[in-house]
Design a protein around this ligand. Structure first.
Ligand code: ARG
Ligand code: ZN
Length: 470
């Protein structure tokens, strides 16, 4: 159905184009051009992400006044259209008001429909071409919550903002193609009142204070998923150092923490270089150009997120938590699930890494930690979660972490230490900066070990109930 009609319409359209739209670039046919989907296609978060284009780079200029929670932004986004000419497309942006949109420097029509910013440029965007989208926006930020009711995204505090987007909170502070498979590089220019300190992902390029405002510039040079982007601010003290291998470490620690909390935090963060060396020995080279931590002083929250190159903690983190967020740099940040149902590839691996670190430091062995997790009674609701497809409301259930890590220990028990650690390295290496699914892991594990492993992963990830002891 529809074929000849489409062709007829297309022909009519071409005539029209010739008559009334001489500005349309040659080859761009407005009648066959598509409207980019307002969904990235992940059934867990249908409003997040968009179709029709990919982002190469976000250049974000933000001005934030904590006292009034006022955020003003300008996002210059470099996109590449996909296979079809684009008539219009969407970006994700929530609770902030757009004042202008330009595409390649020319004013574009736009409208905000719930969480979507729909942009219709004055001309059709040709397939497989690069364009720049320039969005000016602003508003008053709040206390956004995720599907489980947890604070996330741009969380306003009296002295700054705590920023933790996972899974779909990036759109609370910038216009974004908020799908984990669309990785891009980022540049940040963050302006805050003098005395407030801003921190983002990547390298600090420079800081300047003028007329009561401090502007800092940050650059994240490796591809990054939007849920890992961060531009936090607060009463932070920034410290910069380097590991023995020359990797820059930039930490931001809240000066309002008690002296005891400060001392504890300093002691834990001082272990980061040793952790990086330990994990690099097991997983392969650290994937990014810098590392560090943002430690806030929020006593009501207990929140940590593996923001790329710079995890964020709501309060003084434990050593295990720092090891966990560091391990995510390999597993989650560099090697990223394409779909949210595969979240165990993040949390199972990071939890397993935490077990390894604990054993390395002379604490409980990995097997002992497995045993503790496995000791949950078979009647516990814990064993009913389908870790390999948990649903949006259970993304961060304990089972995702612990049963995920147990699945890896089951794999290790099956294939032996040598093959197991080769799998961990191959996984990080082969899919570096990429996006993956559980099937990709099964393939890597089977190739490296030379064994069929479908049954093992099915049992641990998809079969309800408590698996028999590996
Ligand atoms: N990925 C984080 C961690 O395990 C947890 C994020 C929780 N996010 C949420 N929206 N509740 O380190
Ligand atoms: Zn985690």
């Amino acid at each position: 159905m529809g074929r000849p009609r489409v062709r007829l319409l297309a022909a009519a359209g071409l005539v029209l184009v010739g008559l009334i739209a001489p500005g349309t670039p040659a080859g761009a046919d407005p009648t066959t051009a598509v409207v980019g989907s307002p969904s990235g296609g992940d059934p867990y978060f249908p409003a997040a992400g968009n179709g029709g284009y990919q982002v190469r780079h976000y250049d974000l200029s933000l001005r934030y006044t904590p006292a009034s929670r006022s955020l003003t932004g300008r996002a210059r986004i470099e996109v590449t259209t996909r296979r079809e000419d684009l008539r219009s497309f969407s970006l994700d942006l929530r609770d902030l008001t757009v004042s202008s949109v330009r595409v390649d420097g020319r004013p574009a029509d736009f409208r905000q429909e719930g969480p979507e910013l729909v942009v219709t440029p004055g001309h059709v965007l040709r397939a497989r071409q690069r364009f720049t989208v320039d969005v000016r926006y602003g508003g008053t930020t709040g206390q956004p919550t995720d599907a489980t009711g947890a604070l996330y995204g741009w969380v306003s505090h009296p002295d700054g903002a705590f920023v933790a987007n996972e899974p779909d909170g990036a759109s609370t502070w910038f216009p974004v193609n908020d799908a984990p498979y669309d990785k891009a590089t980022y540049a940040f220019r963050i302006r805050v009142p003098e005395g407030t300190v801003a921190v983002a992902n990547g390298d600090l390029l420079g800081t300047r204070t003028r007329a009561g405002w401090t502007t800092s510039r940050w650059s994240a040079e490796e591809p990054m998923a939007s849920y890992l982007a961060m531009a936090a601010s607060g009463n932070y003290v920034l410290t910069a150092s380097r590991t023995a291998d020359g990797l820059p470490i930039v930490n931001a620690v809240d000066a309002d923490l008690s002296p005891t909390d400060q001392a504890e935090t300093a002691e834990v963060l001082a272990r980061q270089p040793e952790m990086i060396a330990y994990f690099a020995g097991l997983f392969g080279p650290y994937p990014f150009g810098s590392f560090g931590a943002v430690v806030d002083d929020d006593e009501d929250a207990d929140y940590a997120l593996e923001n790329q190159t710079r995890p964020i903690y709501s309060g003084p983190p434990s050593e295990g938590t720092v090891a966990h967020e560091l391990a995510h740099q390999w597993y989650g940040d560099s090697v990223t699930p394409e779909r949210w149902r595969d979240i165990w590839l993040n949390e199972g691996f990071a939890t397993y890494a935490e077990w390894l670190w604990t054993e390395h430091r002379g604490g409980a062995s990995v097997q002992e930690q497995f045993d503790t997790a496995y000791a949950r009674p078979a009647t516990s609701a814990f064993w009913q979660v389908e870790v390999g497809d948990p649903g949006a409301a259970r993304l961060f259930d304990a089972a995702i972490y612990d049963r995920g890590a147990m699945a890896l220990q089951a794999l290790r028990t099956r294939v032996g230490d040598d093959a197991f650690f080769r799998v961990l390295r191959a996984w990080a290496q082969r899919h570096r900066y990429g996006v993956v699914s559980t099937d990709d892991l099964v393939r890597v594990a089977e190739r490296v070990s030379g064994q069929p492993l479908d049954d093992l992963f099915t049992t641990w990830l998809h079969a309800p109930g408590k698996p028999s002891r590996p």
